[in-house]
Design a binder for this molecule. Sequence first.
Ligand SMILES: [Zn+2]
Ligand SMILES: [Zn+2]
Ligand SMILES: [Zn+2]
Length: 217
Amino acid sequence: MLYGVFEVNIKCPKCDGPVPLNGPWEVAHCDRCQADVDIPHDYWLDIFRDTDGEMRSGETGEGEGANSQIFGTFHTTMMYGRMKPYCPECKTELPVDPAKAPYVHKCPGCGRDMPVVPVPAGLKEAYPPAAIVVGGSLQGKEEGGEEAPAEPIAFSCIKCGGALMVDGTERVVPCEFCGVKVYLPDDLWLRMHPAKVKERWRIGFDEKVERPKGEDE
Ligand SMILES: [Zn+2]
Ligand SMILES: [Zn+2]
Ligand SMILES: [Zn+2]
């Protein structure tokens, strides 16, 4: 198995806000404007083909990598490297077992949980060598379950100054005193919905599976 490590950030196509892609998922969520952004398979396919190709040819050796900007489907900032899975906490190497995915690999050094999941089926079909995702986190709607309401926060109505208690379940809150609809400002909204931060994740590419070539190869 060849492991590529990734850190990927795109600009939201709706509001230009930063959207971290913490795994090769099919949908991402913008914390700034609340848009769900569809990530097409072709987007990941290009990235997989390039990085897997560079690892197989030896162009990228273990521990090597690069930063890049891509101006395509999305304005992308990406860090990519070739690196076996290890614990981000205590740096112990994690010999994950692709055959067991999905499962949680517990770090033998510090006990931290590392999720090991199969690459989404549609993406694997598009790029068969891509086998497993190690680390990262699910995003947007795939995260599953309802978000618990945040601790209520007092907020003054912009029109009448009345004290409103907001809990973060709705972005637009009707004022119970004057009836105006109040749109909660970014700083307050983000306090109740902390923005996702960039995380590192890995793809395990199975070098025994033939790599589909791009048109330009
Ligand atoms: Zn946005
Ligand atoms: Zn550890
Ligand atoms: Zn009011």
